[in-house]
Structures are given as C-alpha cells and as structure tokens.
Design a protein around this ligand. Structure first.
Ligand SMILES: [Zn+2]
Length: 311
C-alpha cells in the first residue's frame, strides 16, 4: 500500500493541517432540514443533504484483513486485539468499508474517489451503486481524488478504458507528480493524463468543494470540505482508516502511511478540530455510510456515527 518514498516534513505538514482551521466556530448543522434526495432504497446507497446540496454515499465494497500485522497495516496486533471493537467479533478480522461520495454541486456531478475497482478483495460495487443513485458514469463531470492508492483510484479504469469518460479528474499537484514518477501506475497515468487537472493544495476545486491538505499518508493526500450555507462536511480520505483504531489510538502508526510523524499529527489535529467544532465527517473507510462526528471521551476521542433516516 505504501506507494511512495516517505516525505520528511512533519512540522510543515501539521502547519498545513492547522491552516485549514480558519473557519469560524462551527455551529451544529443548522440549515433548515431539507428532504434527502430521492434515491431507491438500497443498502449500498445512502442519500443525504449537505445544506442544499444532494449527496449520496456509494458502497464499493469491504476490505477484510486478518489482524496479523501483514495483511493488516497495524503491526501491534496484540494491542489491536485488545481494543474493543477493533476486530470483528464474528470473524476476528479487521473490516474497512469503501464508499466513494457523490455530490451534486449545481450542474456538476462530482464523485470523490472511485473505489478499488475490485482490488484488495473488494466487491467492485461502485458502478452499480452509482446507477442505483440514478447516475450514469458518463454523467459524472468531475472526479476528485484524495490520493493514488488502489482503493481510491482503482475505479478510474474499467477494462482498460476510462470508467468515467466525460469527467475531469482533479488531483493535487504533489500527488499527481508522485503518480507520474511511480512506474507501476504508468499505464493508468498515460490514460488519465488528458483528463487530469492538477490543483494546488488548498484550492477551491468546485464551487462548493475546497481541497484540504491532510499530510502524511501520501505525498499529496487531500481531504475535501464541502460547504452549503451553514452546513459543512469534511471528507477525510485516509487520514483515518478505522473508526475504532485510528480514532481511539491516533498515535498508533500503520505501514500504509508514508510519513508516520506527519500522519499522526494530522490525525490528532483532525480529531481536535472535528470534536471542538462539531464537524460532520465523512470517513471513506468507516462503517457505511461513513457519516458521523468525533467526540471527546476521557482523554481521547470516539466516533459517533450519524445516519439520518431516509424518507
Ligand atoms: Zn484507502
């Protein structure tokens, strides 16, 4: 999973995270509640609103790993096993969901990350979930990539062709630079190049979505802040992988992060910011649909899922 050489700029990276904290003290989501978008009832799609924007969580699949320090990125297996809920009680394995996010931003149809495309033992459900949400892949106008790991870019290609033929692909400049230098992705990079529009860290990528640098996982790992009126949702990418392990023990390192010090600092800053400002969070690998908030508990944090009832 670690695709790139490590970067060593932890101090700068933490500063970059905190630079994203300039928003005024966050009210809880105070926009007048609007009905969730009309989407067929299906366990693999979850429609909701961010203010006036329509959004849909789209299940792609599940990554299921034995807690053995090999398939799992956490090498401290005994501590993981002792952390309540970290491994599934039924099978003794670590479960990470995969759910890209669809956002309708005006006339733009935006997809944030593209799932694994069937890699890593996942079920490759994204295209079906998207169609259940009433969207044909050709209708997607913009794809926003958090980072270039296979469970986020694997769905960009299908049968050797672009899976979303009309979409502009937005990726941060440092991530795109790293992708271009990474030989195993050369074929994909060649296919994507005409569609890629690299952006500077922190850029406003679409009218309602701003890039947020979340450093440490990959060279240009990026979260996305989606805003509509008073409502705000923060897509955190792989800054935190597990709603239990990463939230309750942000100090535990994992081999998927390029720069452990920066990744730990990013997790700590995100948890502090999320809890103190009551931010609505979207965890792409948290239990479906990945919506919830960080709350302080004792001297740490817990994940509190939020799943508004569908109409
Ligand atoms: Zn991931």
């Amino acid at each position: 999973m670690t695709l790139y050489p490590r970067l060593a700029a932890a101090g700068l990276m933490l500063a970059a995270v905190l630079a994203g904290c300039s928003e005024p003290a966050q009210k809880a989501e105070t926009s007048a509640p609007a009905p969730a978008p009309a989407v067929a009832a299906n366990p693999d799609v979850h429609a909701f609103r961010i203010g006036q924007l329509e959004a849909v969580a789209l299940k792609d699949g599940d990554i299921v790993m034995p807690n053995d320090g090999k398939a799992s990125p956490w090498s401290n297996t005994e501590e993981v096993a002792a952390l309540a809920g970290a491994v599934d009680a039924a099978d003794g394995k670590i479960h990470l969901s995969v759910q890209p996010l669809l956002v309708r931003d005006g006339d733009r149809v935006v997809l944030i990350d593209t799932g694994a495309g069937g890699q890593m033992g996942t079920q490759n459900k994204l295209q079906a979930s998207l169609r259940t949400a009433g969207v044909d892949p050709a209708q997607v106008t913009d794809i926003l990539i958090s980072h270039a790991h296979g469970d986020h870019v694997g769905g960009l290609m299908a049968n050797g062709a672009l899976a979303f033929p009309n979409a502009v692909i937005h990726v941060s400049i440092p991530e795109w630079t790293a992708m271009q230098a990474y030989a195993p992705q050369a074929d994909m990079v060649r296919a994507l190049t005409p569609r890629v529009r690299p952006f500077a860290p922190g850029a406003q990528v679409t009218p309602s979505i701003r890039a947020v640098s979340l450093d440490g996982h990959t060279p240009g790992h990026t979260g996305y802040e989606i805003t509509s009126g008073d409502a705000r949702l923060l897509y955190i990418g792989d800054a935190l992988h597990s709603s239990i392990i990463s939230v309750q023990r942000p100090d535990w390192t994992n081999v998927w992060d390029d720069d452990n010090a920066a990744a730990v600092a990013t997790r700590q800053a995100l948890l502090e910011r999320g809890a103190s400002r009551n931010l609505l969070i979207y965890g792409v690998h948290f239990p479906f649909p990945g919506l919830g908030r960080f709350q302080r508990r004792d001297d740490g944090f817990i994940w509190v899922p939020e799943t508004p009832a569908q109409p």
